[in-house]
Ligand binder design. Structure first.
Ligand code: FEO
Length: 394
């Protein structure tokens, strides 16, 4: 990090991980990431805000040593996930007087995951405050951003909000702040889509809880900081709202070309009807791109051939992804091809049932599509257009 000073007594001590390309063995990281940790030096006491992923523990310990930190009173553990908590045992060893400040849920997680002793914790409640002398740490519980225990910390004297995963970005940069909101908008959307999307309803409650805070700086634990809260707050308000657009996500997989032909025709039909289509061939699609497209799309359609009397495993994965991300998608359908029978639609429909969207009559084609099949696909596209129009989307 080129400039570590956020305030004269609040510095960046985290680690950039520009080379990392996958998270949780699931989420791709095209822009790398960072594990932000901050040191707040009050007139009487010192607090470390989160730690870093264990792979970068030497960076954090070196940064603390370089900053001349002789003692730490408090280590805020906003979140139990190891990319922020994993270096806690090392920091506790290096600074034996330090206490981990967290809530009871996170304490239990940290005792389970990292085997930290009970006596090293100070347990705080929602709204509690701890004084560092001339600075106050005010704790605000914000569950499910991204696990149930997550909370954030506001320092009113500096108008800084430390948000851990909330408002974060997997975006490695040597700059404390992006050059513009444009630089960070897409990475922030990808991050929201992949990590925060399943918790849309509770995110709205969390946004409401912090809306009146006077914030000059948002300091998340991934990616660059935000100057003020307006930009990222508005992004989250939009993404977490119930509003959808006249857009459709089509994810498909094809073995011998039939489903690809069906999907290609269907995609063009939707486009001709004025619907913006985000199409993904599951053979090589990035799940982050699919997740981003799902944020605003009114409709999602899965295309699959029949394999062993059911959907292709990649289509099952897509259905699972849609179900897990709990998008605000209003309409779902299935298109595909079969040879001699099976339960492709039934199995996908069962998986997608919990999304809460209306399932529009699927179109399954025997073998390669014929004139009558193209007509059915055209009718499905027309139905989707009508449904969008009913919602006022055009
Ligand atoms: Fe960045 Fe949920 O950990």
């Amino acid at each position: 990090m080129k400039d570590i000073y956020i305030r004269k007594d609040i510095i960046y001590v985290g680690a950039i991980d520009a080379e990392r390309r996958i998270f949780d063995e699931l989420i791709s990281l095209p822009d790398g990431t960072s594990y932000n940790s901050y040191l707040i030096t009050g007139s009487e006491r010192t607090a470390l805000v989160d730690t870093v992923d264990p792979a970068k523990k030497e960076v954090l310990l070196h940064n603390l040593e370089k900053a001349g930190v002789k003692s730490i009173d408090y280590i805020l553990a906003h979140h139990g996930e190891q990319d922020h908590s994993g270096t806690l045992p090392d920091v506790l060893n290096a600074y034996p007087m330090a206490k981990v400040v967290t809530n009871v849920k996170c304490k239990n997680e940290l005792m389970d995951l990292l085997l930290i002793d009970d006596e090293r914790f100070i347990v705080i409640e929602d709204g509690a405050e701890i004084s560092l002398g001339n600075k106050t740490l005010r704790f605000i519980f914000t569950p499910w951003v991204h696990w149930p225990e997550t909370f954030i910390t506001y320092v009113p004297e500096d108008k800084i909000l430390f948000t851990c995963d909330f408002f974060g970005t997997h975006y490695a940069t040597e700059k404390l702040y992006p050059d513009s909101n444009d630089e960070i908008h897409l990475p922030a959307k990808r991050y929201y889509a992949e990590i925060m999307s399943p918790f849309r309803n509770i995110i709205r409650k969390n946004l409401e809880k912090i809306k009146d805070l006077d914030v000059e700086i948002v300091a998340p634990s991934h990616g660059p900081l935000h100057r003020g809260m307006d930009f990222i707050y508005q992004c989250y308000s939009d993404w977490a709202s119930d509003d959808v657009k006249n857009e459709a996500v089509i994810v498909y997989v094809s073995m011998h070309g039939s489903t690809e032909t069906i999907a290609g025709f269907f995609i063009e039909s939707l486009k001709k009807k004025g619907i913006t289509v985000h199409a993904f061939n599951l053979a090589d699609a990035d799940i982050g791109d699919i997740a981003m497209a799902l944020i605003d799309s009114a409709t999602a359609v899965i295309g699959s051939p029949m394999v062993l009397a059911g959907p292709h495993p990649k289509a099952v994965f897509a259905a699972y992804l849609v179900k897990a991300l709990r998008p605000k998608t209003k309409f779902l359908s299935v298109i595909g091809s079969y040879g001699w029978g099976g339960k492709l639609v039934e199995q996908l429909a069962e998986m997608l049932g919990s999304v809460g969207a209306e399932i529009i009559e699927p179109v399954l084609v025997k073998g390669y599509p014929k004139e009558s099949d193209y007509k059915l696909l055209e009718e499905l596209a027309e139905k989707i257009k009508s449904k969008h129009l009913e919602l006022g989307l055009s």
